[in-house]
Design a protein around this ligand. Structure first.
Ligand code: KG4
Ligand code: ZN
Length: 346
């Protein structure tokens, strides 16, 4: 099997990322020669969330330097790259255009092929980047800031959506509740940390659709329940007036509700799919309670659980280069006329 060196670019939201992967065939895991991420979180934090215009301007300013670092670390130049891949969606359109157009320009200049990558497929297959033989048929749960998906993965590019969030994505719920509680953006990691010191049974929050025969989830009612709770806990309604322990209890109770729902629906979707292997990906798969509880339940139920390493859970370009590599091995390249799509579906 011939060696492929792939450069991937990710710029769908607030991380500017470039990775170089070297694959010597699908029997072995590719070597991640470099995976550089320049995060804009500190910039967007001042605004309480991602500002699209700022995101694209910063991608533009940062990307050349990030490409240079990724190539230097990998010991390659653009001339050594066999395939260029970039995220084409879903995401912020002006942010996507920066990374996507840059990858096309590199492909054009070097005469090498281009692969347009779906960000969700990147997350979905990220648990397999470091495993030999690549993706196996399984049930994939993608829990990111923008999406919550339960996917029957039959093979590379062969996906059947079994369930999704009907409103807020899991990460979005973490971020919105974090904001309500006066925590810095993004709320997910903050809530994870505070929840460790709280009582998950202090407040009883709703678990929508948990008993229904569906693999869909909904988090907007849970978010509203936290919002309505606040004025009952402080006279001012200002989260900064909450006692430290109350704040931790709110975080723990909210997190318990989210993880209860995600775990129940993962097991439901697993039964629908007939698979005995579950993978979890996307930023929320960093959540320690989710990881620990899934590990316990899967061990008990005899389900194989595949979690990505922490460096592959939140947005990164290694997962994008990985998908580009899998597509390239199957001869699936894209024209340089291929557009980005902010609403791209899996
Ligand atoms: O996958 P990702 O980097 O971006 C999207 O494609 O959306 O996910 C970011 C999301 C954010 O909503 C963030 O709050 C959440 O992942 N997140 C977490 C944790 N770490 C990141 N949520 C809960 N617990 C965490 N430890
Ligand atoms: Zn993502």
């Amino acid at each position: 099997p011939d060696t492929l060196t792939v450069l991937g670019i990710e710029s769908s939201c607030d991380e500017t990322a470039v990775a170089v992967l070297r694959s010597s065939g699908e029997e072995e895991a590719p070597d991640i020669l470099s995976s550089v991420i320049s995060s804009q979180i500190a910039i967007h934090r001042q605004h309480g969330g991602v500002v699209p215009e700022l995101a694209s301007r910063n991608h533009s300013a940062d990307l050349p330097g990030v490409i240079r670092s990724a190539c230097r670390e990998a010991g390659v130049t653009p001339a050594d790259i066999d395939v260029f891949g970039a995220t084409a969606g879903p995401g912020l359109v002006a942010a996507l255009l920066v990374g996507n157009s840059t990858a096309k320009a590199l492909a054009l200049a070097t005469g090498k092929p281009f692969v347009s990558v779906n960000h969700l497929e990147g997350h979905l297959l990220s648990p397999f980047v470091k495993r030999p033989k690549g993706p196996v048929p399984h049930l994939g749960m993608v829990v990111s800031g923008g999406h919550t998906l339960f996917v029957d993965v039959r093979g590379v590019g062969d996906y059947r959506l079994l369930g999704r969030s009907l409103d807020d994505a899991a990460g979005e719920a973490f971020d919105k509740v974090g904001k309500m509680l006066g925590l810095p953006y993004p709320g997910g990691p903050e809530i994870d940390r505070m929840a460790a010191r709280g009582n998950p049974e202090a407040f009883s929050f709703p678990r929508a659709l948990i008993k229904e025969a569906t693999a869909n989830v909904s988090f907007s009612g849970l978010k509203t329940a936290v919002l309505y709770k606040l004025p009952k806990l402080t006279e001012s309604g200002n989260p900064h007036d909450l006692a430290e322990q109350t704040l931790c209890d709110l975080c723990a109770s909210f997190q318990r509700a989210v993880t209860d729902v995600l775990i129940r629906k993962a097991l439901y979707a697993l039964r629908l799919s007939g698979h005995r292997t579950l993978s979890v990906s996307g930023g929320v798969s960093c959540n320690r309670e989710l990881r620990t509880r899934l590990q316990e339940i899967c061990a008990r139920e005899g389900v194989e659980l595949i979690l990505p390493d922490f460096d592959l859970t939140t947005d990164n370009a290694a997962m994008i280069a990985y998908v580009a590599c899998l597509k390239a091995r199957r001869g699936l390249f894209h024209s340089l006329d291929e557009d980005v799509d902010p609403n791209l579906k899996l």
